[in-house]
Design a protein around this ligand. Structure first.
Ligand code: PDD
Length: 276
């Protein structure tokens, strides 16, 4: 497969990245992951808007209009013949002699790759387990930053203990996952953390909130506690790669009956209808 480099599709062996690239040295950049279903980009506009918003928040100027960039990503998927898979794309502030403040002369560097990957059908059916881990990240989690150490360390801890995801919490308050958003359902109401600086406003999250409206499931965007989480009837995590994923246990504590719940199934069915 070809890779994306500054607007061109090249062979991976032809890619040259400077050791002084600020993405490499500081994590000074942002990224997106977009899903491809049946050769089509899913919610591309939303991902591209967020890519531009994240860049704007860290003062990186993307050297293309959104339309040009959208077409680039579209062509990228086509050139690599991706049917079911994903596109990863990132932009860094570029290469310059190492200093913390922004360099006066640096050209942003965009790289990306595509990957064929099936939908996680088995996990979507059975559900997954997760564990609570303290959220030690910074206070701008709304930016889809390349700085992911807090996320990486939490995911590794969860993974080593056999859990699929970490449920991050600041003190008693549940925020989100390492690479997903979190929701609890109690007495027919869906709860999720409001989209502020403490979480990434997931594109899948936005789709889920729309589906709730369609299905007439009431939503409360408000923080909930770890104790409330354990007492939910149903629990869900969501992301571009994991879709509407049932969480059937937190640590060794079963959620509800320990199987995906009724409203979770409804949301999954409605989500599948969207991607077809
Ligand atoms: N992660 N929260 C965090 C911290 C994330 O990294 C992600 C996505 C989400 C869900 O966002 P969306 O629904 O737009 O994918 C929430 C991507 C998939 C990743 O890092 O691979």
């Amino acid at each position: 497969d070809l890779i994306l480099h500054n607007g061109e599709f090249i062979r991976e062996e032809d890619l040259v990245i400077s050791k002084e690239d600020r993405g490499y040295q500081f994590g000074d950049g942002i990224y997106e992951v977009i899903r491809v279903y049946d050769g089509n980009l899913f919610t591309a506009k939303e991902h591209i808007d967020r890519f531009y918003d994240s860049a704007d928040k860290i003062k990186i100027v993307i050297p293309y209009t959104k339309d040009v960039f959208h077409k680039m990503i579209y062509d990228f998927v086509e050139v690599n013949n991706i049917e079911t898979g994903q596109v990863y794309v990132q932009i860094t502030r570029g290469a310059a002699e190492r200093q913390h403040q922004f360099p006066t002369q640096a050209t942003p560097v965009i790289t990306g790759n595509t990957k064929s990957v099936e939908r996680p059908v088995a996990s979507l059916n059975s559900g997954v387990t997760a564990k609570f881990i303290e959220d030690i990240r910074w206070l701008r989690c709304d930016i889809k930053s390349l700085n992911l150490l807090g996320n990486v360390l939490a995911k590794q801890e969860a993974y080593e203990e056999g859990f699929f995801e970490a449920i991050l919490h600041r003190g008693e308050t549940v925020t989100e996952g390492c690479s997903s958003n979190m929701y609890g359902i109690k007495n027919g109401i869906l709860y999720t953390h409001p989209a502020n600086n403490l979480i990434l406003n997931g594109i899948t999250r936005r789709v889920i909130l729309e589906l709730c409206e369609e299905l007439e499931i009431p939503v409360e965007e408000r923080p909930f506690t770890k104790t409330e989480a354990l007492e939910m009837d149903e629990f869900i995590m969501s992301s571009t790669t994991t879709e509407v994923m049932p969480v059937v246990a937190i640590g060794d504590h079963k959620i509800g009956h320990g199987v995906p719940g009724e409203l979770t199934r409804k949301l999954q069915t409605a989500f599948e209808a969207r991607i077809q």
